[in-house]
Write a protein that binds this ligand. Structure first.
Ligand code: ADP
Length: 496
């Protein structure tokens, strides 16, 4: 594979800043690409918390002359390195836009920053300038890899340039689209040719994600099943027409898991290490977890868990609809770590009050507890209505924590249902259910419990799951093939 120069643009990247799966991907894929001998640089907004975590940074005064004017005064680029890697990091430092603590997209009240359109339009302009080698960095990429709506304007702006790099746009979640009122288009001073239904306009609004979907040379999403699902009205969020129109350029590449962070054999955040050859220490982590969350320590009581953003997408209603019945009729424990919509947070807190010896609710974002839960729970539940890829089920497999998932998106692509046949030929890794209803989830829980009562079968599933390999190496090779296709499309389009 030839060496490409890749500019990887993202609004979050682990370990600098993370709100979900995009952060995991942006912190891992560039490293996996570098291991494939690619030259990769990451570019991100310089958020307050990120600057604190980024270590040594040097200032670069960019020369952005002549490229999409009206950049704020005092704006500069900072250069550093993605922690624990050799990946060059560029930060777009515009304090009035990004120097705010906490969540990169939400204010302390949990609602969108009112100037998100301005913030990510500025980011896109600077990335486009860097991509065109107009930022004084003496470097021009062959490929700009853009992620989610925050980067949507980048392919749109670059589509207006002739000697431009190829663009790839990856959808990590189609439900987040960056939609703003029509007036925003004029306020952002965007080129007039980008207004229209074949560009940024979406039913009279400005859609940032459409900038990527309509203009990128190639579009990808984070699992093959989700790539198919988003072409249907049920999952396409109104964008299925455009996605079908551009189906030749749409593909699905499963996210990898970063096993340097997520492997019970050497995870520094768990008390007892174990692996597929000797999974017994998992029992000690279970006791540590029960102690930590304040549940009775009992080896024989199955522990189910979820770690999640508490939003509708994740099937939280299904969970809350089935848990009371499960808890009433079965000797089980349930642990919930997450935060999000207040109604869900309240419902889980009420459940913990009602079943204090069975339910532990931990509201918040807690990386260390997430690792302990993965290592100590028996089973991890993800009843999502839709799931572009999902990472926790992949982590759960490696931690021997049998996943219970709904058959959608990346969940369908990564978990093998415990059918009688799959159990017999030792390919089963979890429980997969179809219907998005509380009774269907309850049945799935009960199937898991029936298998838990058969220790040999359960153990077989645990070990088969632990042996699955979803490392980034395989996915990174698929991205390289995607980049080649993007370059070929770009050359074709530029000639036209
Ligand atoms: P999404 O990106 O839709 O939130 P994913 O399963 O792809 O879902 O990725 C979620 C990531 O965020 C995982 O690494 C998960 O462990 C982490 N995560 C989610 N909520 C929490 C939380 N409350 N505390 C710690 N980690 C969390």
């Amino acid at each position: 594979m030839p060496t490409h120069k890749i500019l990887f643009a993202a609004s979050e990247a682990h370990p600098l800043i993370k709100t979900g799966g995009l952060g995991d991907v942006a912190g891992s894929l560039p490293i996996a690409l570098q291991a494939q001998r690619q030259e990769v640089c990451i570019i991100m907004p310089a958020y307050h918390d990120l600057i604190i975590r980024a270590g040594k940074l040097t200032r670069i005064h960019p020369m952005l002359a002549g490229f999409h004017a009206n950049l704020p005064k005092g704006m500069r680029l900072l250069e550093g390195t993605l922690p624990n890697s050799k990946i060059k990091l560029w930060l777009v430092d515009a304090p009035a836009y990004f120097d705010r603590p906490g969540n990169p997209y939400l204010n302390p009240q949990g609602t969108d920053w009112p100037d998100n359109a301005q913030r990510f339009a500025l980011f896109a302009r600077v990335v486009a300038a860097v991509a065109m080698n107009k930022a004084g960095l003496a470097w021009q990429p062959d490929i700009v890899h853009c992620n989610d709506w925050q980067c949507g304007l980048i392919p749109a702006l670059l589509s207006l340039e002739t000697a431009r790099p190829a663009t790839v746009f990856t959808v990590h979640n189609l439900a987040y689209q960056g939609l703003f009122p029509a007036e925003t288009f004029a306020a952002l001073n965007l080129p007039a040719s980008l207004w229209g239904v074949d560009s940024l306009e979406f039913y009279g609004q400005v859609s940032f994600i459409k900038g990527g979907l309509a203009h990128a040379d190639m579009i990808s999403t984070v699992s093959p099943t989700y790539a198919q699902e988003i072409r249907t009205p049920a999952y396409g969020c109104g964008l299925e027409g455009l996605l079908n129109h551009r189906a030749e350029r749409l593909t699905g590449i499963l996210n990898g898991a970063d096993y340097t962070h997520w492997d019970p054999q050497h995870d520094p955040l768990i008390p007892h290490h174990y692996n597929a050859q000797s999974p017994h220490n998992k029992a000690d982590n279970k006791a540590a977890l029960q102690t930590r969350v304040g549940l009775p320590v009992a080896a024989d009581i199955p522990v189910f868990a979820i770690i999640s953003r508490l939003v509708e997408q994740k099937g939280i209603d299904l969970l809350l609809g089935s848990l009371p019945e499960l808890l009433r009729h079965h000797k089980v424990q349930f642990i919930m770590l997450g935060n999000g919509e207040p109604r869900f947070e309240k419902a889980f807190s009420a459940l913990a009050d009602q079943y204090p010896t069975q339910v532990a609710t931990k509201i918040g974002f807690n990386e260390e507890l997430a690792h302990l839960i993965e290592s100590g729970a028996d089973s991890f539940v993800m009843p999502s209505f839709f799931e572009p890829c999902g990472l926790n089920q992949i982590y759960s497999l490696r931690y021997g924590t049998v996943p219970i998932v709904r058959r959608t998106g990346g969940l369908a692509d990564t978990v093998v249902d415990a059918t009688p046949e799959a159990l017999t030929n030792h390919t089963a890794t979890g429980i997969v259910f179809n219907e998005a209803t509380p009774p269907a989830l309850l049945t799935a829980f009960e199937r898991a419990l029936a298998l838990y009562q058969q220790p040999a079968r359960w153990q077989q599933m645990v070990v088969t799951g632990m042996k699955q390999d979803f490392s980034w190496k395989h996915s990174a090779k698929q991205y390289l093939a995607l980049y080649q296709r993007a370059v070929a499309w770009k050359e074709k389009d530029v000639q036209m």
